[in-house]
Design a protein around this ligand. Structure first.
Ligand code: FES
Length: 134
């Protein structure tokens, strides 16, 4: 009965050139789908590494960035939800303060590597969370 059950292999999605993600700086947003609904995912750089998360606070399911792409709080050490100030560790997505305590952001698999267009950040979609079809 496996006929028709297609196993979709995650295809790496190019997000941006590596230099576009500045450590502790603005994040890159991308439209995505989750269970048929429209969502947003985002990518940031922290301590040299690129990370990606579903743009959905663990407190109330709202996007984190009130000013588009602004995910870090002023010290550049934490991601912050603009609505009630929940803060998250940028490398794990774990809530480390505020009303989300004990929660975490839904992380994405991110790969950074050399590609024909230069070094770039890629998203390797997993589970129900997929890129929105262009
Ligand atoms: S919705 Fe993010 S802290 Fe309340």
């Amino acid at each position: 009965m496996s006929m028709g059950m297609t196993e979709t292999v995650a295809e790496a999605v190019r997000i941006c050139a590596s230099e576009e993600l500045v450590d502790g700086g603005a994040g890159v947003r991308r439209a995505a789908k989750l269970g048929g609904g429209d969502v947003v995912v985002f990518f940031v750089r922290y301590d040299g590494h690129a990370y990606g998360y579903l743009n959905r606070c663990a407190h109330v399911p709202m996007e984190l960035d009130w000013a588009e792409g602004q995910f870090f709080e002023s010290s550049g050490l934490y991601l912050m939800c603009a609505t009630h100030g929940a803060i998250y560790a940028p490398d794990t997505g774990k809530c480390v303060g505020g009303p989300c305590r004990g929660g975490r952001l839904r992380s994405l698999q991110v790969d950074e590597r050399d590609s024909p267009g230069g070094r770039a950040v890629f998203w390797l979609p997993d589970g129900e969370l997929r890129p929105a079809t262009p």
